[in-house]
Design a protein around this ligand. Structure first.
Ligand code: MG
Length: 159
């Protein structure tokens, strides 16, 4: 059996706006996340964890930010690509664990919807997907509410 682990980390800064998109779920907020795509920081971390597990680079390699066709893109395009790539290489996704680091918006009330959305995109049982959150105790850039960070782990198995 071939078991792989991958990690992913991403950060996006806030800018003027009225909602954020996290794990594909639109959440009303007093700012939005700045980015070339929809700036879904959590989905980007998960996508990079999948690429990392099979040593296939990162999201920027597969979808260069210099390419205008990805401007404003919904991040499920990136996640679906990574899922297809690992499955094409013969791996099953065992589980995903994602942590979102921010003071606001509160993630807890949306975590279940996020799990369901990711399960749908990845064609995976939602019991294999964890979405959780923490604050950084008002320290650093996330603590000052300058942006949101996310870290994710993916475990893959080739039977
Ligand atoms: Mg990103």
């Amino acid at each position: 059996m071939d078991i792989r682990l991958g990690n992913g980390y991403d950060v996006h800064a806030f800018e003027d706006g009225d909602h954020v998109i996290l794990c594909g779920i639109k959440i009303p907020h007093s700012a939005k996340l700045k980015g070339h795509s929809d700036a879904d920081v959590a989905m980007h971390a998960i996508t990079d964890a999948l690429y990392g597990a099979v040593a296939q680079g990162d999201i920027g390699r597969h979808f260069p930010p210099s390419d205008p066709q990805w401007k404003g893109a919904a991040s499920d395009i990136f996640l679906k690509h990574a899922v297809a790539l690992v499955r094409d290489m013969g791996f099953d996704i065992s589980n995903i664990d994602c942590t979102i680091v921010c003071e606001r918006p509160k993630i807890g009330p949306h975590a279940e919807a996020m799990q369901r959305q990711l399960a749908d995109i990845m064609a995976l049982d939602s019991s294999r997907i964890s979405v959780k959150a923490t604050t950084s105790e008002r320290l650093g850039f996330t603590g000052r509410e300058e942006g949101i960070a996310s870290i994710a782990t993916a475990a893959l198995v080739k039977p």
